[in-house]
Design a protein around this ligand. Sequence first.
Ligand code: ZN
Ligand code: ZN
Length: 356
Amino acid sequence: MQYLQRQQHVRRWLEESSLDAFLVTSAANVRYLSGFGGEGYLVLAGQGAALCTDSRYTLEAEQLDVEDLGVIINSNGYVDGALQWLGDQNASRLAFEEHQVTYAQYAKLCQVLTSANLEPVSGVVEKLRIVKEDSEVALVRSAAAIVSQAVAELFADLEPGLTEREIAMELDQRMVRGGAEGPAFSTIAASGPNSALPHARPGGRRLSSGEMLKIDAGCWVDGYCSDLTRTIWVGDDPTEQFRTVYSAVLAAQEAALATVKAGVACAEVDRTARQVLTEAGFGDNFTHGLGHGVGLEVHEGPRLSSRSDQWLQSGMLVTVEPGVYISGWGGVRIEDLVLVTGDGCEILTDAPKIRY
Ligand code: ZN
Ligand code: ZN
């Protein structure tokens, strides 16, 4: 990982914005700039940077292999460590992440750094994270392979009678056995009518034959995530309505995947999927954006939605996940995670997609 280069990008931004120092509080951004995966802050100025944490993470912080990165272990906690470092910089203009700082932390900054002007900023590191380095793609590729295999195995062994919670737990265990650090988010297993909720929480409902099952899952590998959704029919004979809805969602996904390519507007990819579903009569049942970026966080830039003003670039990792949700009946979503390239995309989640 190119931590120094990433820090240099932030320094260039500091300079261009006439800012003296930056307090990074988002865990994903701290990890992106330093490789540190514990609890702590990163502080960065024109000269120098330091990771501030507490004694729980001493060993982990000392093992970081980042040139010129100071490590501050403060016995009063990492907030005090960061404040002390910033105070020593005599920064007159200090940037902080406005969406990541609580009011109490802000009040403390004001109280301690009395001579600094505090400048709220957003999206500075997130913008750098949108296009991935090869080493990041490799980790997401592993995470995608693990969830894909786990889902394929789960479906092969699936028994009616299991509760949604048991199915989710079963999948989580398979991902860990496959080499993941754990699930990247709460695994969704929604059966029958529960699948009509896009983000259903698994409950005590038992799976039976003759209904649908929607699984949305992902896992961590070295801090990087994957994200995959499959919907299947449990039992032999899918109903006509399931076949119709499923075929429409799959057609929408395939059409959208065919448009993914560097240089294409994110909104255009969303529009392609939406158009297929609208023509099939399900436009109003596709109630969310088509996809999102994936990296250190499950949901990050870019957004693939009708309101997005972003453009696809080579090295972006995005999901393509159209869905149709019908209250009282159920929902079908099919989601793949893809790497955007100069001439299209590469699908990283290779769990089989059944055709009904
Ligand atoms: Zn998902
Ligand atoms: Zn997703």
